[in-house]
Design a protein around this ligand. Structure first.
Ligand code: XUL
Ligand code: CO
Length: 438
């Protein structure tokens, strides 16, 4: 036992002062006809929770993630499994997400790495059967190994491209073995620093080729879930090819990948792209591509990916508003791609972080459901565009209008007409009333 200072973390309500209890996340509470836990399939990110020890470019780690074993050994890999499953069980987190190299220490020879992966996933499978905990998605880490310095799918080296393919092949096999519902592509090194040394067209086409091969192989071995692109504008590369949802969706359509792929939207990546989290979710949703969510938040005062646990309830509310409006995410969930702050270095802090994140999303769900039930926002939007329901507006929507017919109409109208107020301040006050009015 690694988290022996807690039993199962329970819901105790908003008045509780127990630091190891949920204040808002009440797994079985029904919201809009469905229990919270079904609205919110939370996932633990193997890399942050079991791996990240606070190391940054200015200093060594502050948190002990050895779990009683020597690092970079299979004993450590197994200890992480034990700790991870104990943690998820105690928090009531039903899913996990992983990169291949989060699970085992990477060997020099990929055959040996793959053997270790087989061994550890056998072990994980047993734990999954014992606990009912499931895999949300898997991915291949094609950014840490030095061979990927010029990219993975976008590399200049055909040999490196083979290594990328080999890792994807194995990670897909593992995802299928563990019953994962998704497979993620996050192209951290798929990008460039300078156009002086880069053939962008060549690189993008090669990434698409790799994704196509992944889809073909995945479907061949029985992967029925979704492939996801996780857009990010920068970091580690200055320019990444999957800048934001709109860019990634265009890329998928250009290369005929849009039937198999959806978006995995990360809050911190959205803000790095100069968008809100809600914008990225909306753009994905209206294109039928809202696949999954990496639930975290950034720091507006810092220009990098801080991967903080979600705290801002306005953000989680607008996120849940989009998810509810989209009718949920078929194969997706809420993966806490988030880590404790470097000075929050104890096991207790790991628990607090998940309680914070799960409560923030539970509150977001409750408030978003209220916004929808309240109906004033929906009603406003419906009315805002109502001039397209009849008369000349209707001819635009039904395709009978021409540029000439519209121009003639404008001439007949004479002076400028009033399009009507956008009422932003009123709508913002409705949101605050829903938040604090009870
Ligand atoms: C990096 C990031 C990744 C992906 C998976 O910013 O978000 O951890 O989620 O590779
Ligand atoms: Co992420």
């Amino acid at each position: 036992m690694y988290f022996d200072f807690i039993d199962k973390v329970k819901f105790e309500g908003a008045k509780s002062e127990n630091p190891f209890a949920f204040k808002f996340y009440d797994a079985d509470r029904v919201i809009l006809g469905k229990p919270m836990k079904e609205h919110l399939p939370f996932a633990m990110a193997w890399w942050h929770n079991l791996g990240a020890n606070g190391v940054d470019m200015f200093g060594r780690g502050t948190a002990d993630k050895s779990f009683g074993a020597a690092e970079a050994t299979m004993e450590h890999a197994k200890a992480k499994v034990d700790a991870g499953f104990e943690f998820m069980q105690k928090l009531g987190v039903e899913y996990f997400c992983f990169h291949d190299v989060d699970l085992v220490p990477e060997a020099e020879d990929i055959k040996e790495t793959n053997r270790r992966l087989d061994e550890i996933t056998d072990y994980i499978l047993v734990k999954m059967q014992e606990t009912g905990i499931k895999c949300l998605w898997g991915t291949a880490n094609m950014f840490s190994n030095p061979r990927f310095m010029n990219g993975a799918g976008s590399t200049n080296s055909a040999e490196v491209y083979c290594f990328a393919a080999a890792q994807i092949k194995k990670a897909l096999e593992l995802t299928v073995k563990l019953g994962g519902k998704g497979y993620v592509f996050w192209g951290g090194r798929e990008g460039y620093e300078s156009l002086l040394n880069t053939d962008v067209k060549f690189e993008q086409e090669n990434i698409a080729r790799l994704m196509k091969m992944a889809v073909e192989y995945g479907r061949k071995i029985g992967f029925t879930g979704d492939f996801f692109i996780e857009p990010k504008p920068k970091e580690p590369m200055k320019h990444q090819y999957d800048f934001d949802a709109a860019t990634a969706i265009g890329f998928l359509r250009q290369y005929g990948l849009d039937k198999d792929f959806k978006m995995n939207i990360e809050a911190n990546h959205a803000t790095l792209a100069g968008h809100t989290f809600q914008h990225e979710l909306r753009i994905s949703a209206i294109n039928g591509m809202l696949g999954s969510i990496d639930a975290n938040q950034g720091d507006y005062l810092l220009g990098w990916d801080t991967d903080e646990f979600p705290f801002d309830v306005y953000e989680t509310t607008m996120c849940m508003y989009e998810v509810l409006k989209a009718g949920g995410m078929k194969n997706g969930g809420f993966n806490f791609d988030a880590k404790n702050r470097r000075p929050s270095n104890t096991k207790e802090d790991m628990v607090h972080a998940f309680i914070l994140g799960m409560d923030a999303f539970a509150l977001g769900l409750i408030k978003a459901a209220k916004l929808i039930e309240d109906g004033r926002i929906d009603k406003f939007i419906e009315k805002k565009y109502s001039s397209f329901n009849e008369g000349i507006g209707k001819t635009i929507l039904d395709g009978t209008a021409t540029l000439e017919s519209l121009a003639e109409n404008a001439e007949n109208l004479g002076a400028c007409t009033d399009p009507g107020s956008g009422r932003q301040e009123y709508l913002e006050s409705v949101v605050n009333q829903i938040f604090f009015g009870e």
